[in-house]
Design a protein around this ligand. Sequence first.
Ligand code: 8YV
Length: 333
Amino acid sequence: MTEQKNKLKIGMARAVFEPVLARLSQHFDVVSNQSDAVLSKAQIIEMLKDCDGAFTTGGDRIDAEVFAACPKLKIVANMAVGYNNFDIPAFNAAHVQATNTPDVLTETTADFGFALMMATARRITESERFLRAGKWNKWGFDMFAGSDIHGATLGILGMGRIGQGIARRGSHGFGMKVIYHNRSKLDAATEDSCRASYVTKEKLLKTADHLVLVLPYSPENHHTIGAAELAQMKPTATLVNIARGGIVDDAALAEALKNQVIAAAGIDVFEGEPSVHPDLLTVPNVVLTPHIASSSVPTRMAMANLAADNLIDFFAGREVRTPINTLPARASA
Ligand code: 8YV
C-alpha cells in the first residue's frame, strides 16, 4: 500500500495488537508506540500535537492542557470502559469526541471479579506461596481454612453491567444471596434477572460476606471504602476491588487486614498504580493482581478493535459506536 498524502493522523499512546495497528494504518497515518513506553504528559502532547485523533488507555490523562497544545484533535478513543483519565468538560469545551469500550468487556471482567473473590475467600494465592516456599510438610485440619462462596451473601457496590454480571454468577451459579447498593435502584425486571435486592450502603457493609466493588471512579467516590467502612464489615468478610484505585483507601485497607478487621481482600486496582502501597505487599491475607480484570485475549482484542472502530467511523462521518459525550452541532460559519 502506498502512503497517501493528507491522510489523517492518529497517535497511539500505548502499544496495541498488531492486527489492530494494521487496520488503523489502512485508514490513517499512525504514530505508534509499539515499544509500549509509558509516555509522560509532555510526551503525549508532543505525539499528539499535529494529530487529528488519538487512541489511549486508562492511564493516559487527556485534559484542557492537551487540547490547548493539540488543536487538531477531534476524537480520543479510550481502550477502557472507565474514563476517569478524561476530563469530559474539557472535551466538551474543546469540542472533542470521547469514546470508551463498554459491553465487550462485561462478562470477562465479571468472570475475573468472581475469580478474585473465590481466590480471596479460599486463600488460593496465600496457600500457593506456602507450598512454593517448601513449607508444606504435613496436612493440617484447618490449613488455609477460608470462607465459603456457595450460600454466602454477596454484596455488590456499583450495579452497572459488570456488577450485574457478578450478581448473576453468584445467584444463579453458586446459590448466593445477592444484595447491592447503587446510585439508583435497578428496575424490577433487572433485579429479578440478577436475583438481587437493593439495600443501603450501611446494610451492604454490615451484611455482606463477600463485598465486590464495581463502581466508576469520580472525586465523590474517592475513598468510598476507608477505615470507618471497613470497621462496619464482618470480621469474617472479604473485600474485592476491581473498580478503580482510589475508591479504597489502600493504607486503611492494609491496616485493617493486618488487624483482622476483615478476613481478606482481593485487589486488582490501586491508588497511584502501578505503585502498590508497601503495606499491602507485606500482609498475607490479600490477593494482588496488576489491573487485569478485562485481560482475556479475545476481550482485549475486542476492546482494541472497538476503539479503532470508533476512530474509523468518526472520520468516515458515521456515528461513533460508543460515545461518552454528545457534542453540540457547531454553529456554521
Ligand atoms: C482497561 C479498565 O484495560 O476498561 C477499564 O476501565 O479498567 C481496563 O479494562 C484499563 O483501564 C486500560 O485501558
